[in-house]
Design a protein around this ligand. Structure first.
Ligand SMILES: *Cc1c(COP(=O)(O)O)cnc(C)c1O
Length: 368
């Protein structure tokens, strides 16, 4: 077979372990999954109601233009529908962007560690990958600027960054965008935007008006609690969106996804409530880390990356045996850190109790 050279040996995405797998492997009744940054409060009750009463016409193709959801987003964002593109999750949009711009002979710039799919897609497309190390969990934007040359097609900016939760300020981002050449697409991945409370976080809706080479990407998978429906959206200058549109699959957002996305968008009280609860949850983690003397990155997202001062895979295994699924930093570029999704107050408390237990085994292990 004439495989693309770059995909030989490429690893598929390693999802967090599922609740059922862990139940079976450890013989546990109750499992709490704090591994994939899903919403511990589920989704809006308005969505629940609509799903109970909803459509059953599953033999029909979805509306390929997703007109109704697009109209709702257009009202919500105060942007013309032509400046919005929908994806089968924002992952789909990242892939559409990569397919449209990356190829052998050009390059793409990203932070490291950051969201794994930027690199993955670039590998599939055969573009050269330029990774710029984070500084204190944050993108080193001046160094990323330096990595850009005339063959750079796309720059990926993730804020708040996954896996650190650290965000880029408005001032930092505009200084960066001022200097990026106009023929380089900047992708601002705002998967956790709705969790942000920092006042100097940039307003991407304003920025796309000033920077014609910027696209922002958001999702219904995180705070909206609709990960299984696979709906994401992007917005930017008309020229960018109209060039990306023909590259997407014709029916990339399914009927139920379109319906629930629109309904979820209409319940911003739920979003606000989740954001506030998440803030309080982060405080539980912060006080624990401070009490235990563990380094952590201050987070604007719904997860926290914390140093357990031990092999993260060991912490991962221990916590899983106690019924908590989290992410080991080993695969995320932080070998002694764990990434934990902020759960409900009770989940966080239960988790931190077990983490305390792990830290004690480490201490006594060391003394023995
Ligand atoms: C979760 C996540 C995504 C992908 O979300 P979808 O479910 O595909 O919408 C994209 N970017 C980042 C940084 C994420 O954490």
């Amino acid at each position: 077979m004439k495989w693309k050279e770059k995909i030989i040996g490429l690893q598929s995405y390693q999802p967090g372990r599922t609740i059922n797998e862990v139940k079976q492997a450890y013989g546990l009744e109750n499992i709490t999954k704090l591994a994939s940054n899903e919403n511990p409060y589920g989704y809006s009750p308005t969505v629940r109601k609509a799903l109970q009463e909803g459509t059953t016409q599953f033999e029909l193709y979805p509306d390929g233009a997703a007109s109704s959801l697009k109209k709702a987003l257009s009202d919500y964002l105060q942007l013309p529908t032509e400046q919005i593109i929908l994806g089968n999750g924002s992952d789909d949009l990242l892939s559409i962007i990569s397919r449209s711009l990356l190829q052998p002979g050009n390059n793409t710039v990203m932070a490291n560690p950051s969201f794994s799919q930027y690199k993955h897609n670039a590998t599939v497309e055969g573009a050269e990958i330029r990774e710029v190390p984070l500084v204190d969990g944050k993108h080193d934007l001046p160094a990323m600027l330096e990595a850009i040359d005339e063959d750079t097609a796309v720059v990926w900016v993730c804020s708040p960054n996954n896996p650190t939760g650290v965000y880029i300020t408005s001032e930092e981002l505009t200084a960066f965008l001022d200097d990026v050449p106009r023929d380089v697409l900047v992708v601002l991945d705002e998967a956790y935007r709705e969790y942000v409370t920092a006042e100097d976080y940039p307003d991407s809706l304003e920025l796309i008006k000033r920077y014609p080479n910027l696209i922002a990407v958001r999702t219904f998978s995180k705070i909206y609690g609709l990960a299984s429906f696979r709906v994401g959206y992007g917005y930017g200058n008309l020229d960018i969106i109209s060039q990306l549109e023909p590259v997407r699959q014709p029916f990339n957002v399914n009927t139920l996804g379109q319906a629930v996305g629109e309904i979820a968008l209409g319940d911003q009280d739920f979003i606000k409530d989740c954001r506030e609860k998440n803030r309080k949850g982060l405080e539980q983690f912060y006080s624990f880390c401070e009490r235990e003397g563990l380094h952590y990155f201050p987070s604007q997202a719904n997860f926290i990356l914390m140093d357990v001062k031990a092999d993260a895979n060991k912490a991962f295994e221990y916590l899983m045996s106690k019924g908590y699924i989290i992410r080991s930093g080993q695969a995320l570029g932080f070998p002694t850190y764990i990434r934990v999704t902020v759960g409900s107050a009770e989940e966080n408390e239960g988790f931190l109790e077990q983490l305390q237990g792990f830290l004690e085994t480490q201490r006594t292990g060391k003394l023995a």
